[in-house]
Design a protein around this ligand. Structure first.
Ligand SMILES: NC(=O)C1=CN([C@@H]2O[C@H](COP(=O)(O)OP(=O)(O)OC[C@H]3O[C@@H](n4cnc5c(N)ncnc54)[C@H](O)[C@@H]3O)[C@@H](O)[C@H]2O)C=CC1
Ligand SMILES: O=C(O)C(=O)COP(=O)(O)O
Length: 390
């Protein structure tokens, strides 16, 4: 029986993928084989030694100490693109909320609840509505920083709305480049993008190089009156710099999914409670993808959509499967094969892949009589994890 420990509210549709015959899934479970979570921060959690994999049902893995887990041979998964549409749709809401007097207008209407005469209410509102006039998106320029799963969908949406779209992404993957509309204009730098856009939407991961990438210097380059939209992460912007830019009029507004105390009481900030991926559809997509990735790893050793391990998939042979991870240095695979030879174990198929400092291997072998083989592999220098799958 495999054990899965969950954090956060995980969609039932995903949890149902774990068959009851093979899996026990609970939020309070001892010695889990894998952890399934959303935004819960794992940095302060003591993870049981039994954990082989951590799956983030979502995109951002800044709540997972990936480096630390890599050293321990723990495979970390995410679910690329599974919640991108949900975020894209909220970005549209953000652009509209920042451009039109929607929120202030609705708030104003609620202040008139003591006006009970319909004709008087209509007359008052018609006289006052000029305060809530705004601008259209059509014909304006949207800058997108980060053109991955979400950024490319936002680009398509903005083009469909008749906006001009400028993008910046110095690390664009080939797959993402194929997805991107050729109508997206390329900016040479983020500063160049900021200088020419009426709206800017951020879609980069929270990693060291993106920490406070929107700061005083960046905002100094911004086109005056720009609207900034951040559905990526709080760490990407310096909140004090945002406040200064709003006060000076450099920014017309800031729409985000990450409230900060310094924004309280500001009518030029619209802050949502991190609900970019909070749709039934996105939660289901993420949970199903994460559950399937965990199961394929635990049952077959295959790895798909890991943020720290290489992509590995090998069809099963008759017999048994040995999987092991090691530091990516010479001689480890050779030493493992020597152990197998010494114990008279026949290899049927094998795969070896590396990613940075990590190497990962799948060996299909004829059924072994000798129980010491796995222990002998575990004792080889630089092997971090080894497992025998029946
Ligand atoms: N508000 C919410 O609920 C959600 C927020 N997110 C956030 O959005 C982020 C992006 O998500 P996806 O598009 O799915 O990820 P993704 O990995 O598909 O795309 C991220 C893109 O950012 C680019 N990038 C990295 N560093 C950059 C830099 N310095 N400048 C410009 N581009 C850079 C990468 O090359 C990549 O193309 C996630 O990491 C997460 O933090 C994601 C889903 C939901
Ligand atoms: O996928 C992401 O990066 C998100 O930010 C979504 O977070 P959530 O799963 O809704 O807590």
């Amino acid at each position: 029986m495999y054990k899965i420990k969950t954090f956060n509210q995980i969609s039932v549709k995903g949890l149902e993928r774990f068959s009851r015959e093979k899996y026990e899934v609970a939020s309070d479970i001892g010695h889990p084989d894998a952890v399934l979570l959303r935004s819960h921060k794992l940095h302060n959690e003591v993870l049981a030694d039994s954990v082989l994999a951590v799956a983030r049902a979502g995109a951002g893995v800044n709540n997972v100490p990936v480096e630390d887990y890599s050293q321990k041979g723990i495979v970390v998964f995410n679910t690329p693109g599974a919640n991108a549409n949900a975020v894209k749709e909220l970005v549209l809401a953000g652009l509209l909320l920042g451009s039109r007097g929607i929120k202030s207008g609705i708030d104003h209407v609620t202040t008139l609840h003591d006006v009970h005469d319909a004709a008087e209410l209509h007359k008052t509102l018609e006289a006052q509505k000029k305060q809530f006039a705004g601008n259209e998106l059509k014909g304006k320029t949207l800058g997108i920083v980060g053109l991955g799963a979400i950024g490319s969908m936002v680009a398509d949406m903005a083009l469909a709305l008749g906006m001009n779209v400028v993008g910046f992404d110095p690390a664009l993957s080939i797959e993402a480049a194929w997805r991107l509309s050729s109508d997206v204009q390329k900016a040479e730098s983020m500063y160049a993008l900021l200088a020419r856009c009426d709206y800017v939407s951020l879609h980069v991961p929270a990693i060291k190089p993106t920490q406070h990438m929107i700061n005083d210097d960046a905002l100094a380059q911004a086109k005056p009156g720009m609207l900034l939209v951040n559905f990526a992460r709080e760490s990407i912007v310096d909140p004090q710099a945002i406040v200064k830019a709003l006060d000076s009029g450099k920014l017309r507004g800031y729409v985000c999914d990450f409230p900060e105390p310094v924004f309280y009481g500001r009518s030029d900030v619209i802050a949502m409670p991190h609900i970019g991926a909070s749709t039934a559809e996105a939660e289901e997509n993420c949970a199903i993808m994460a559950a399937e990735q965990i199961m394929d790893y635990l049952e077959n050793g295959n790895i798909k959509n890991s943020v720290n391990f290489p992509e590995v998939s090998m069809a099963r042979c008759e017999g048994q499967r040995i999987i092991f991870a090691n530091k990516n240095v010479p001689k480890v695979l050779g030493s493992v094969l020597s152990v197998l030879a010494d114990h008279n174990v026949n290899v049927l198929d094998m795969m070896n892949k590396s990613r940075g400092d990590l190497a990962y291997n799948i060996l299909d072998v004829e059924k072994m009589e000798n129980g010491h083989v796995i222990e002998a592999i575990r004792n080889i220098e630089h092997v971090t994890t080894v497992r025998l799958i029946g």
